[in-house]
Design a binder for this molecule. Structure first.
Ligand code: PLP
Length: 359
């Protein structure tokens, strides 16, 4: 009765929710889903609450006001914008619009596993491009040599889980060297200030996907968007669900885009902490940490203690980080650690120091 692909697919494993754990009075430190540790500003919360009063009505299915704000924010005309319930839905809409069974999809690894997951649901032929031997650097030459006859290429910059960005020249060389659609996932772009969104008007095969879950601290409300040529953006509008973004979420997102100063101020805190945490972890001899341009760090682990022991020891102290060791493209064990508030980072750091003081 069910499609064969569902026999091999496992449900997407998100970072453990705080609701799933009992902490016996300890305040949990959630550093496992690359969320923003700060809440949205009061104006944004008020806008969502106000919208609840109209919850008996459907939202405007074209989301015109939201798209106008996003178009101003991205510096592109509105017809280049498509929206969705999180970047996840936008990525799914792309797969829905583009992929047919057995299409070739190129994925550098390690990268965001939803790219693979959403492609696999369409019965595609995935082709990995390994990057670990090159220090996780993603080069156009490697991508293009794997892309003969490909329909879709996923790039992620800054990349989850490495935190590294892909050089603009490399991205544009891929875009110009292939007939495939090139999706650049920029979910974390505000943390590095780099984007290729300005090139979507001249490049029909370039799609930039963004999220409001990270910099804009709206992970719980589910807002994402993509920037693309008007043809592609309008096609993606055809395949999305008409009311995928709830009314409170749309109103909160509009208000968030009017409060950039607040977001810049919390970004400054996060980037300061990223540097401090990077330096602290670099000082632990047994660990390797990559310099990140996002709001998380990838930390390479030694063989002992085991990754399960590390996760358990931190978890017993209420600190949750992500074990990404089983991600395709990683040959040894790694943790991905989100940058939290100062006191949260301190609890995580003291846990790591305790574990590795004798190594
Ligand atoms: C690279 C990347 N893209 C997209 C997403 C999904 O974002 P959203 O919450 O907007 O669905 C994530 C979430 O962690 C991510 O890391």
């Amino acid at each position: 009765m069910l499609r064969g692909v569902l026999e091999v697919l496992q449900p997407y494993e998100a970072g453990k929710s705080i609701d799933d754990v009992s902490l016996e009075g300890k305040k949990p430190v959630k550093l496992n889903s690359n969320e923003n540790p700060y809440p949205p500003p009061a104006e944004v919360i008020r806008a969502a609450l106000e919208a609840l009063k109209k919850a008996n009505r459907y939202p405007d299915s074209s989301y015109r006001r939201l798209k106008k704000k996003l178009s101003d924010y991205a510096g592109l005309p509105m017809e280049h914008v498509t929206v969705g319930s999180g970047a996840s839905e936008v990525l799914d809409n792309i797969c829905k619009a583009v992929l047919e069974p057995l299409d070739k999809v190129v994925l550098p690894v390690p990268s965001y596993t939803m790219h693979l997951f959403l492609s696999m649901i369409r019965d595609v032929h995935p082709v990995y491009v390994e990057t670990e031997d090159k220090g996780f650097k993603i080069c156009a030459e490697d991508i293009l040599s794997a892309s003969q006859g490909a329909k879709l290429i996923f790039l992620c910059s800054p990349n989850n889980p490495t935190g590294l960005t892909i050089d603009r020249e490399e991205i544009m060389a891929v875009v110009e060297g292939t007939k495939a659609m090139v999706v650049v996932d920029e979910a974390y772009h505000e943390f590095c200030g780099k984007t290729v969104a300005g090139s979507v008007q001249e490049h029909e095969n370039l799609v930039v996907v963004r999220s409001m879950s990270k910099f804009f601290a709206l992970a719980g409300l589910r807002i994402g968007y993509a920037l693309a040529s008007s043809d592609i953006a309008q096609s993606l509008e055809k395949v999305r669900l008409p009311f995928g973004i709830s009314l409170p979420a749309a109103e909160a997102a509009i208000k968030a885009l009017e409060n950039l100063k607040y977001y810049e101020s919390i970004k400054k805190e996060i980037l300061g902490e990223r540097e401090r945490v990077f330096q602290e972890i670099s000082g632990i001899e047994a660990l390797e940490v990559l310099p990140s341009e996002a709001n998380f760090l990838l930390v390479g682990l030694p063989d002992t203690p085991s990754v399960d022991e590390i996760i358990k020891a931190l978890g017993d102290n209420g600190v949750f980080v992500r074990d990404v060791s089983k991600m395709p493209g990683l040959r040894k064990n790694y943790l991905r650690i989100t940058i939290g508030k100062r006191e949260e980072n301190n609890r995580m750091l003291s846990g790591l120091k305790k574990l590795f003081s004798s190594c």
